[in-house]
Design a protein around this ligand. Structure first.
Ligand SMILES: Cc1cc2nc3c(=O)[nH]c(=O)nc-3n(C[C@H](O)[C@H](O)[C@H](O)COP(=O)(O)OP(=O)(O)OC[C@H]3O[C@@H](n4cnc5c(N)ncnc54)[C@H](O)[C@@H]3O)c2cc1C
Length: 367
């Protein structure tokens, strides 16, 4: 099979589908190639936060990029609903990072202040450090062990699975093509993309294959040094609405279930669950919200983050094979609006804005 397109996006997760959607909106004929169910897929196992606070320590460009994406999110969600009929459940209700001890809260205060100080005024993230009573005003269910928390109005949450479905549905409705079970084996100049299903041709390609991009990138003269980092997550039976704002490790979904996360483990490509980690996650959640003690857990799972060495995104066009781009990040839910609305138009124009230079993987070069 030889099929041509203006742009081939490799990877049909949240990063690839957001970029494919944005490229399509720019008028490009886009083909998405995806490995299928054998792949590790962060987009199907994540926590669903559109989270701004705390992002970009040591990298102001990432703080600004995250804030810009959060600003775009309301319009992005509305447009997906108009075009697909799917409400992705986005709620920009503000979020709290809960602290169970004073040292943690102090550290948070310093970190958020440093991020805000380094940011230009237009993308600065205003935050508030709340004491225990301040947190209780917003989340009355917190327990006595909660000492305080940090709050920003920019934070929110969404159903990540509905988001992926809406992106796929909208893309297909507009004539976009997705080849599944099409694991990319080789990429040659031109670009000719070889898969088990045959070869595909395009003038441009975007590597958005999550952890798979590490292997593919050198084929087009790029480097995407990402590693897996496991997160274990659990979800409860449905509850009446009671948590009206997300925290970064406990949130109530639009369906009423309570999602509890998550761990940060260097476990290689093992995306399983372990009892000790789940126990610790559950205990911490009950310390924050004692009512959870009597609530049944329905499911738990592990998923692998796509983590760069500094935790910040990588965006780059190849110098040796122009027309080949790489895009990866470990906050693909939060950044979906920026990927569709800001990054994709740059790729469609054929060049990344100079403002994207801080996201180049050359920052990891040691020589
Ligand atoms: C536990 C956990 C919690 C998280 N919580 C949040 C959160 O609250 N908010 C947030 O913003 N982000 C969160 N994330 C991160 C977010 O899920 C990821 O940033 C995002 O899903 C990455 O999307 P992706 O498309 O790059 O990768 P993936 O979803 O992994 O998709 C990569 C795709 O590439 C395909 N692929 C791989 N290799 C090939 C190949 N050779 N050929 C063809 N296709 C290939 C695969 O089939 C796959 O579909 C979380 C992640 C985890 C694990």
């Amino acid at each position: 099979m030889r099929m041509t397109a203006d742009v081939i996006v490799i990877g049909g997760g949240l990063v690839g589908m957001a970029i494919a959607t944005g490229l399509q909106r720019e008028g490009a004929d886009v083909l998405v190639l995806d490995e299928g169910d054998v792949a590790h897929r962060a987009s199907r196992g994540n926590f669903g936060l559109v989270w701004v606070q705390g992002k970009g320590a040591g990298m102001p460009a990432y703080a600004g990029w995250t804030r810009r994406s959060a600003d775009l999110w309301p319009g992005f969600a509305d447009r997906l609903k108009q075009e697909t009929g799917i409400d992705v459940g986005y709620r920009k209700v503000g979020g709290i990072d809960i602290a169970l001890d004073e040292a943690d809260l102090d550290e948070r205060r310093g970190k958020l202040a440093a991020i805000a100080a380094a940011a230009p005024a237009e993308t600065r993230v205003d935050f508030e450090i709340l004491d225990r009573n301040g947190v209780r005003d917003i989340l009355p269910d917190v327990g006595p062990e909660v000492v305080g928390g940090s709050w920003t109005a920019h934070d929110g949450h969404v159903s990540p699975l509905l988001l992926l479905r809406a992106l796929v549905t909208g893309f297909r409705n507009d004539g976009g093509r997705i080849e599944t079970e099409a694991s990319v084996e080789r990429i040659a100049k031109g670009f000719s993309v070889m898969t088990a299903k045959g070869s595909f041709l395009a003038g441009r390609i975007v590597l958005a294959a999550g952890l798979g991009s590490a292997r593919l990138a050198p084929m087009v003269g790029l480097s995407v040094p990402v590693r897996p980092q496991r997160g274990q997550v659990m979800i409860t039976e449905r509850q009446a609405p009671r948590l009206h704002h997300p925290t970064n490790w406990v949130r109530q979904t639009v369906e009423g279930t309570i999602q509890i996360g998550d761990s940060h483990e260097e476990a290689g490509f093992d995306d399983g669950v372990t009892t000790p980690v789940l126990r610790d996650i559950a205990r911490r959640a009950v310390r924050a919200f004692p009512f959870l003690d009597g609530v049944r857990i329905l499911r738990c799972w592990g998923a692998l983050r796509v983590m760069s060495p500094d935790g910040c995104p990588i965006y780059r066009q190849s110098e040796t094979m122009p027309g080949a781009f790489a895009a990866t990040c470990h906050s693909g839910v939060t950044l979906a609006a920026a990927h569709a609305g800001l990054l994709a138009p740059m790729i469609a124009r054929g060049t990344l804005d100079p403002s994207m230079e801080p996201f180049s993987p050359t920052r990891f070069d040691t020589s």
